[in-house]
Every structure is written in structure tokens, then in C-alpha cells.
Design a binder for this molecule. Structure first.
Ligand code: FIX
Ligand code: ZN
Length: 410
């Protein structure tokens, strides 16, 4: 018997809310940008309470309150640093920040004491884990089907690991990160040819899902500088030739306070028209773009409306706070329908997948529910199948389609 469409329509807001929550919380997500590595990458695979607490988001916060010089903090062992962060942010103060609440979410998921006065219980728990099983469980809890790594082709440690013939966990896709190439000074013409050959080989060997580059707020295109030349003569031709999307992460101001090391970067408002010009000049390259400044978010949506080779993704780094994620996600639904990638985790430590996705799903579910409720009030109800289609598109479909298919069918 065929059920009529009317009988499937979610015309009660209670039922609608329940279906949205169910689907948003149970649909697997493809995490488009992380700094995670699989177990095969040995010490590059970070997990456990000491890594979680020494995450740069938290060291920056702890060092605002803890009364000790930066150098003294960096001279401490990782465990001593983690103890200090715990005492400062979780014992002596209330962990209200997003990064601190993330730790609470992780501890709670594993049934650990969120009000502990020290890290004894948490350390005992994590060291009792079988790492491979733990990794599976984290992916399972976070409902993450796969993650994209950030691979630096010029990193010796990574290079040695790749060369040792490891077979990488299939849930981890590689990406070709080009920051160290772009940050090197002038390149001679002969070097350009060599670099192209080097990238071609790397791509052939490691099959990345995209090429990526982070850019400062003053990024301009076109420009009379070495970066422009690299883009035109190396990066964009390579993207075209290998049919690889190019991910641009714009607005990071590196080393604003170098004493804070990895935690010392800041942000700045960028010029979205530079990305528009790239999209216009390279219509056969697909761009994924994320901007770090809150002030650039609306402009990015409008640029994406003008160029269908531009895919906005994620609420990056300093934007990854519930209030801002909520605002940006709602703005994107209003301007782009479902043609964007709402979030990526940027996780560096395995268990961050749990909190970053749990917190993001909360905001995405609320924004999606409000959109459907508004639609209902205007005279159109949705079905469970439609919600499922939309969530799948947002959580994996848009990304998979973007990185697998060229702009125009050939
Ligand atoms: O450039 C990037 O990929 C940034 O995400 C990182 O550099 C940054 O340190 C980070 O972890 C942000 O979440
Ligand atoms: Zn990142």
C-alpha cells in the first residue's frame, strides 16, 4: 500500500522537533578538515586527557589567569602543563568557555568525574584503553564516518611515515596542505617546475581529497607577489590537472603573540572580493572557503550565491562557539538553502571529535528546526525523508560531491 504524502507530512511542531533531533544526531558526518592522524602515524596521533588539556585553545585561556611566565609553562612536562590547565580552568574557576565545556562533555561521555580535583581518575581511565578500540569508539560516539587529515608534504616526520609503507586507516583521507610552500620566500623559475613535479608525485602517491592553503587577512588576488605567482603557476594548474578542489582558509594572523606558540595566532577581517576574483578567473576549479572573521561571513554567503564553484564550509576556530555557530548557520540556511558545509571539527586530539560534533549538532538541529517550523507556518510541511535528505547533504553529500566531481560534467 502506498502511503499518501499527506500522511507523512510533519505538521506537528513536536513531531517535527523530534525528527530533526533524531536525524541530526544520528546521521554520520564526514569531517572536512581536521589535524587528526590515524594510529599508524604513531606520535602524531594525539589522544587522551593530557593532550586534550594542552590543546592550544585551552593553554591560551589558562595563561590569562595562571600567574607564571610563558617560558616557565613551556618548560614544564606535558603532564604538568595539563595539571596546571585543569587546576586553573576547572578547579579554581568555572569552565564556561567553549573549549573548557568541550572537556566536560568528553569526561561526561566516558562517565568520568567532571568536578575532580585532580587528573588521577581521568589518566587511569585513558591509560587503561586499548587505543585501536578507543579510536573506533570515539568515531562511533561522535558519529563520524571519516575525517580529512592536514598533510604537510614538506614535513620530514610525515614523509618518513609515508615512506615506511604504512597502510592508512580508510577513515582518514589525506589533504595536501601548502602553507609551508607558500610561506617560503621567492621561488626561482627552475624551482617552479621542480615544485610542480614534486606535488604531482605527492598527489599520485597519497591521493588527497583536496589541496589546501591558509591565508592572512590581507590576501589579495591578483597581486604582485610570490604567492600570486605560486597560485597561478603551481597551485591552480595542479588543482586543474588533478581535478582537485582548492580549500582556502582565510583570515589567520599568525604569531600575534609568538610567546604563546601554537596558541599565539589571531584573526583579521579579510577581503572576500579576492576569492570572488579567483572563482571568476578559474571557473573550472572548485573552491572550498572558510573565513576566520565573523565580519566576513555574510560576504562569503553572497559570494557563494554568485559563484557555484565556491563552497562555504565550517565555523572555523574562533567562530566555533555556540552563539556564533548558531548565527552563521542560520544566515547560511537563509541565503544558501542547503548548499554549504555547516561545520568541520578542526580536531587535533581524537576525543575532540566527540564534543565538537555534539556541540555543533545541537546548533545545526536548532537552526534547521527553526527553518522547517517557519516553512510550516507559511504553508509547507516537510517529511522525514526530506529532513534525512537535507541532513545527509549537509553532513557528507555536499563535501563528497564537491571533492569527487569536476565543476562541469565531462
Ligand atoms: O590553519 C589551520 O588549519 C588552523 O585550523 C590551525 O592552524 C589552528 O591552529 C587550529 O587548530 C584551529 O582550530
Ligand atoms: Zn585547521
Amino acid at each position: 500500500m502506498v502511503t499518501s504524502i499527506e500522511s507523512q507530512l510533519l505538521s506537528s511542531t513536536t513531531e517535527l522537533r523530534a525528527q530533526v533531533e533524531l536525524l541530526v544526531n544520528s546521521t554520520p558526518v564526514m569531517d572536512a578538515h581536521t589535524h587528526l592522524f590515524p594510529l599508524e602515524f604513531n606520535e602524531l596521533c594525539l589522544w587522551g586527557i593530557d593532550e586534550l588539556l594542552t590543546y592550544h585553545y585551552l593553554t591560551a585561556e589558562a595563561l590569562r589567569t595562571a600567574r607564571l611566565p610563558y617560558e616557565q609553562f613551556w618548560a614544564m612536562s606535558k603532564m604538568a602543563q595539563a595539571d596546571l590547565v585543569w587546576k586553573t580552568l576547572f578547579v579554581d574557576n568555572t569552565p564556561t568557555s567553549e573549549a573548557a565545556q568541550g572537556i566536560i562533555t568528553v569526561l561526561d561521555v566516558f562517565g568520568l568525574d567532571t568536578r575532580a580535583t585532580n587528573l588521577q581518575e581521568a589518566r587511569a581511565f585513558f591509560s587503561s584503553r586499548n587505543v585501536a578500540e578507543h579510536l573506533d569508539q570515539v568515531f562511533d560516539i561522535a558519529q563520524v564516518s571519516g575525517v580529512v587529515m592536514t598533510n604537510n608534504p614538506f614535513d620530514d616526520v610525515e614523509d618518513q611515515l609515508w615512506s615506511s609503507g604504512i597502510s592508512v586507516d580508510r577513515r582518514f583521507s589525506s589533504s595536501l596542505r601548502l602553507d609551508s610552500l607558500v610561506n617560503t620566500a621567492e621561488l626561482a623559475v627552475s624551482t617552479i617546475t621542480r615544485v610542480r613535479k614534486f606535488l604531482d608525485d605527492w598527489i599520485q602517491r597519497h591521493n588527497p581529497v583536496y589541496m589546501a592553503l591558509s591565508l592572512p587577512p590581507d590576501f589579495n588576488f591578483p597581486a604582485d607577489d610570490a604567492r600570486d605567482r605560486l597560485l597561478r603557476e603551481v597551485i591552480l594548474p595542479t588543482a586543474k590537472e588533478h581535478r582537485l578542489a582548492l580549500t582556502l582558509m582565510v583570515g589567520a594572523r599568525r604569531g600575534v603573540n609568538p610567546q604563546l606558540r601554537e596558541a599565539g595566532d589571531g584573526l583579521g577581517r579579510a577581503d572576500v572580493t579576492a576569492i570572488e576574483r579567483l572563482c571568476a578567473q578559474y571557473p573550472d576549479v572548485k573552491f572550498l572557503a572558510t573565513f576566520l572573521s565573523r565580519e566576513n561571513q555574510h560576504e562569503l554567503c553572497i559570494a557563494a550565491r554568485k559563484f557555484n564553484n565556491l563552497m562555504p564550509f565550517g565555523c572555523w576556530w574562533f567562530l566555533n562557539n555556540p552563539s556564533i555557530v548558531s548565527e552563521i548557520t542560520r544566515e547560511r540556511f537563509e541565503l544558501l538553502g542547503q548548499s554549504f558545509i555547516p561545520q568541520h571539527s578542526d580536531a587535533r586530539v581524537l576525543e575532540q571529535l566527540i564534543y565538537k560534533w555534539q556541540h555543533a549538532r545541537r546548533q545545526i538541529a536548532d537552526a534547521l528546526y527553526d527553518s522547517y517550523k517557519q516553512l510550516l507556518s507559511r504553508g509547507r510541511a516537510v517529511t522525514t525523508e526530506e529532513i534525512s535528505r537535507d541532513v545527509n547533504r549537509l553532513f557528507s553529500g555536499n563535501f563528497n560531491d564537491w571533492v569527487r566531481n569536476p565543476v562541469y560534467p565531462v
